[in-house]
Design a binder for this molecule. Structure first.
Ligand code: SF4
Length: 355
């Protein structure tokens, strides 16, 4: 039920949270706010169109909205919670953007040109508390979690920059999405809105190191998001050395089976190949066994060098790994390197406390 029926609900709250970002409001809140600011029942749709379809940054520009509504909206809200601080374009066309928020914290996000469309990679936290050994995003720990509006800001800043909405979105920037569940869920719901480029749940991938409670909540959410598990090693003890999470693989796999049962989607194992660490034929055979237990498909990721402790596996070893999985009936792909000349590739995104 639209909160338009309950005017006044947000008065005290919005007044206290002075100039909150409009991006952080869900549909019900937006509706209530626009009514409180003097708008008619159809005004919210117009404001929504200006903010999310035309990607306007100022309420004053909304020329078909009455002046008193615009004034009241700008007195109480700002539209965007951050700004584009810097951008770099790779030789393959990948765009990396550094977005700076109001408190000075900055995160990176990426727009990747694929054959006929774009894919956006969004960060869900500044820094990351997990600290995977091969990942630059988590090297300094967690700076802070991002709000849904701050995730949406990355999405819309990239869309403005490349002048189109993407076909797919992956939550594979800095941060563990399922450790910021409520804000991520709100962001995913905002992305699903028809004004946002018609991005269906199957075009959005949530990537996790394996947070059982988060996987279960996502499964119960009633949406068919794609789910990717950062596996990186098929044995618990060795996996913990590179992906330091306490949950055993058995428990994580159980939740993936549940996810598949609830959503009908086939989870993916992301597997970053590190020379001499996880690229042996035995690892490939064991990864195939795990994939059959879900069942899951596998995406092999050549390592993008960042930590001198690790080196990428040779193309021959990547191919040998792929063949072992394929020969055991596991659907397997090898991810193409994108944007590594501007450090925009997987595991290379970073965050900063202030600029
Ligand atoms: S791989 Fe993901 S979970 Fe691990 S440190 Fe990097 S951002 Fe965090």
């Amino acid at each position: 039920v639209c909160a338009c029926a309950r005017p006044g609900r947000l008065q005290g709250k919005a007044a206290m949270e002075e100039r909150r970002s409009f991006y952080d409001l869900d549909e019900e809140e937006r509706c209530a706010v626009v009514r409180e600011c003097g708008g008619a029942s159809y005004t919210e749709k117009q404001v929504h169109g200006w903010v999310f379809r035309r990607m306007t940054y100022a309420f004053e520009r909304m020329t078909d909205i009455p002046g008193w509504v615009r004034e009241e909206l700008s007195r109480r809200f700002r539209i965007v919670p951050g700004e584009l601080d810097a951008a770099a374009v790779s030789r393959d066309g990948t765009l990396k953007a550094l977005v700076r928020f109001r408190d000075g914290v900055r995160v990176e996000c990426v727009a990747i040109p694929l054959r006929a469309y774009w894919s956006f990679c969004v960060s869900t936290m500044a820094g990351c508390p997990v600290g995977c050994r091969f990942c630059a995003s988590g090297k300094d720990g967690l700076i802070r979690r991002l709000s849904a509006g701050e995730m949406l800001a990355q999405y819309l800043l990239l869309a403005r920059r490349v002048e189109t909405y993407p076909r797919t979105v992956v939550l594979m920037g800095s941060g563990e999405p399922l450790l910021n569940f409520d804000e991520v869920w709100k962001f995913l719901s905002l992305l699903n809105h028809p004004d946002m480029g018609g991005l269906g749940a199957r075009r959005i991938t949530v990537s996790t190191v394996g947070i059982p409670r988060g996987i279960e909540r996502l499964a119960r959410g009633g949406k068919q998001f794609e789910l990717a598990l950062s596996l990186h090693h098929p044995r618990d003890a060795e996996r913990r050395r590179i992906v330091p999470v306490k949950h055993p693989l058995g428990e994580i796999l159980e939740k993936l089976v549940f996810y598949r049962h609830m959503t009908g989607r086939i989870p993916t194992f992301e597997y970053c190949l590190l020379r001499g660490v996880n690229d042996s034929p035995a690892c490939a055979r064991e990864a195939a066994d795990l994939a059959h237990r879900v069942p899951a498909k596998v995406n092999l990721i050549p390592y993008n060098d960042w930590n001198p402790r690790y080196t990428s596996s040779s193309p021959e070893v990547v191919d040998r790994f792929r063949k072992i999985l394929a020969s055991r009936g596991v659907p397997v792909t090898v991810r193409r390197r994108r944007g590594d000349d501007i450090r925009a590739a997987c595991g290379q995104l970073t965050a900063e406390r202030r600029g």
